[in-house]
Design a protein around this ligand. Structure first.
Ligand code: SF4
Length: 250
């Protein structure tokens, strides 16, 4: 198991331990308190906390299976995706408290999401697929405005945009550049895709997946050899593989 996956599971274990401690504490308090109302409230709290603990334990088991490429049932996929999206802010909050690298957590969140979407075997036509790209993929010295239209790229090969345009032409898919979350949401509204491939850093990808709940999103992490948000790169092979996962065979 990779270190980012271990960190992700560790956060779950910490949450489970906290829930168990609170559960045992409420049960203990219910035995020493004499007032009936408070006693009942504490017992109810104990039962609720144990139920939440069981949900977390099941999710930890499912995440463990997913990151080890093991199959889980359709219901489990639905449950896991909904659960992760809802508790994502809590996971990030606990990670920050534990001083765990939050990007590791986001990375695993993205991986689990990709696995779930891939297993659903969603197939769309090429005109229904949208590739969302971050602006930092473009060479910082490039004069051409590709934010409105990626085909403004002059194919000089100084950045990966050229390869992406080639991929778009090869598979007849649309790619757009978004300079931020708001613009990305606008593109999604305008293009109305049935599936999205988002090239982004861990943070943007995780928030994008959370934003677009109804459309299946698969993420491809960008590479940052020059630091964050500057002349970033993308694994073109991985991007092509992801396009193929979504496209119906002609
Ligand atoms: S490949 Fe396209 S976007 Fe990249 S620097 Fe050259 S012209 Fe600009």
């Amino acid at each position: 198991m990779k270190s980012d996956e271990r960190s992700f599971l560790n956060v779950f274990f910490v949450i489970i331990i906290i829930l168990l401690i609170l559960g045992i504490l409420s049960l203990y308090l219910s035995t020493i308190d004499n007032t009936n109302v408070l006693k009942i409230a504490l017992i109810i709290m104990f039962i609720v906390l144990i139920l939440i603990t069981i949900i977390f334990l099941s999710s930890t088991f499912l995440v463990y299976k997913v990151i080890n490429d093991k199959k889980i049932s359709k219901f489990s996929y639905k449950f896991l995706k909904g659960f992760l999206i809802n508790i994502y802010p809590l996971i990030i909050w606990i990670s920050k408290i534990l001083k765990i690298n939050v990007d590791n957590i986001r990375r695993v969140f993205g991986k689990v999401n990709n696995f779930i979407v891939k297993t659903k075997n969603i197939k769309v036509n090429s005109n229904e697929l949208l590739i969302l790209l971050p602006h930092c993929l473009q060479n910082s010295e490039c004069q051409y405005k590709i934010t409105n239209d990626i085909s403004n790229c002059r194919m000089c090969r100084k950045c990966d945009i050229k390869e992406i345009v080639d991929l778009c032409n090869k598979y007849n898919v649309k790619a757009v550049v978004a300079t931020g979350g708001t613009l990305a949401r606008e593109w999604v509204k305008k293009k109305n895709p049935k599936a999205i491939i988002a090239v982004a850093c861990e943070r943007d990808l995780a928030s994008g997946i959370n934003d677009v709940k109804v459309i299946p999103v698969m993420g491809v992490f960008n590479q940052r050899p020059n630091g964050p948000c500057f002349n970033t790169k993308v694994d073109i092979k991985k991007l092509e593989e992801t396009i193929k996962i979504f496209l119906k065979e002609e």
